[in-house]
Design a protein around this ligand. Structure first.
Ligand code: SDX
Length: 427
């Protein structure tokens, strides 16, 4: 395989290095292109452009492969735990038993947040979307933890990781409690991470909170499936914001905002709203397939399609099975699940979707499980954020440790050329 590419333009040839990754992906390194030729590349949405080298997550969209630090998502979601996978993503290796126990204990030491944070929370109307509250509270954590992370110190990074993992589920749960007018819960350090998060969300002061192991296991598996996904929109945002040397909380707050969009993490909420609309409309799946195919109709089949996966999203396969298992174990019959499966069947046989390689993605079935676990629709994307947090942290650390330059893309200017100012009374 050649280690260089030649760009020929206007009678001149430019030699560009070619890099090959550990999974045989090939990249043309254009770092020196503008310097050599005065030419830039243009790639709206970065569909063909790599922003970095990364050793964290590998995905193959054609083959439907997703691996965290070389371990398959299938094995990790079956055999590991959210916190163990967080350690793997952030520090690069699966922890020993002692490392895992220490990691869990050190995160629990960070399971309190300043009481003054409640004053910020109180400023939001009940109607505020929890993602907006979460982004604001995440950024506000900087005010209560003002010392920037010393990225040259392994200890400082470890402490910042534990602090972030300890505090994020609390403010996530508080965003929910605030939206429901419910009293805020504190962590219970006798519980593991995901059980504690569910308790933060659902404990009511008048009753003892009983942990449901089936619910905790389902939630833990869902969180694992969301932990990282290489350079998706919100992770790329965290890396770009962090590249200006903005703090970790500020960078994650920006990631939360990017994830909120309905084309990205907000899709899990949009899927359920779509399925409920189809149900209300008599379950006429074919009508909505036609709408999704109509170029003049802005309607899209939410939970379908993906920038990278042009095959089944491996997470969607696992979540689809988990949805059946969770509903069965909880004895729930959800008509929305039947509509989702019917929609999937019809779409996967339809030429429009087949030709464009549009398959169900991670968001298509996740909302059905969240509903079954009692999570309100508006909180679905917050669940996604709680899951994605370790990936955002790992990617931010990698970017800073690699001393990557500030993210500042070029552009192709297509506006007005130079012209003289005209006084207002002459216009
Ligand atoms: C996530 O990047 C990640 O890794 C994200 C994520 C993660 O873990 O971080 O996996 C999480 O964000 C999953 C995606 C959730 N979003 C949705 O489910 C929203 C619905 N999907 C689409 O909006 C769309 O598929 C995107 C945004 C996901 C991907 O869009 P692309 O890659 O920019 O593709 P495109 O818009 O250029 O579409 C290509 C064609 C177009 O048709 P033509 O112009 O060629 O005729 O496919 C069509 C699109 O109109 N199309 C759809 C469609 N998705 C694409 N048509 C109907 N319904 C859809 N859902």
């Amino acid at each position: 395989m050649s280690n260089k590419a030649i760009l020929e333009y206007d009678g001149k040839k430019y030699e560009l290095p070619v890099l090959v990754g550990t999974e045989d992906e090939v990249a043309i390194d254009i770092e020196k292109l503008r310097g050599q030729s005065g030419i830039i590349t243009l790639d709206p949405g970065f569909k063909n452009t790599g922003s970095c080298k990364s050793a964290i997550t590998f995905l193959d969209g054609e083959k439907g492969i997703l691996q965290y630090r070389g371990y398959t998502i299938e094995e990790l979601s079956e055999k590991s735990s959210f916190i163990e996978v967080a350690f793997l993503l952030i520090f690069g290796e699966l922890p020993t038993k002692a490392e895992l126990e220490k990691f869990k204990a050190d995160i629990k030491k960070e399971s309190m947040i300043s009481e003054e944070m409640k004053n910020i929370l109180d400023g939001f109307p009940r109607s505020a979307h929890p993602m907006g509250v979460l982004s604001a509270l995440t950024s506000a954590l900087t005010a209560f933890n003002p010392i920037p992370v010393n990225v040259n110190s392994k200890e400082a990074i470890y402490n910042a990781v534990c602090k972030t993992l300890g505090k994020f589920p609390i403010i996530s749960a508080w965003a929910y409690r605030n939206s429901q007018g419910l009293p805020l819960n504190y962590s219970d350090n006798s519980l593991d991470y995901t059980a504690n998060f569910m308790r933060l969300m659902f404990k009511i002061p008048t009753e003892k909170y009983v942990v449901n192991p089936a619910v905790v296991k389902a939630m833990d598996q869902l969180l694992i499936l969301h932990e990282d996904h290489e350079q998706n929109c919100s992770t790329a945002t965290v890396r770009v914001v962090g590249s200006s040397h903005a703090g970790l909380f500020a960078s994650i707050s920006a990631g939360v905002s990017a994830l909120w969009g309905p084309l990205h993490g907000g899709a899990n909420q949009a899927v359920i709203e779509m399925l409920e609309a189809i149900q209300k409309d008599g379950g006429d799946v074919e009508k909505y397939i036609l709408k999704a195919k109509d170029p003049d109709d802005p309607f899209r089949l939410m939970g379908f399609g993906h920038r990278v996966y042009k095959n089944f999203d491996p997470r969607a396969k696992i979540i689809k099975k988990a949805a059946d298992d969770v509903l069965e174990s909880l004895g729930i019959e959800d008509p929305i699940l039947k509509i989702a499966k019917h929609l999937e069947d019809v779409a996967l046989k339809d030429e429009y979707f087949v030709q464009r390689k549009l398959y169900p993605n991670v968001d298509f079935y996740s909302g059905i499980i969240y509903r079954a676990l009692g999570i309100p629709t508006e909180m679905f994307t917050v669940m996604f954020a709680v899951g994605r947090l370790p990936g955002w942290i790992a990617q931010w650390i990698e970017m800073r440790e690699n001393k990557e330059p500030i993210g500042r893309p070029r552009q192709l200017y297509v506006g007005a050329t130079k012209r003289p100012f005209v006084e207002v009374d002459k216009r």
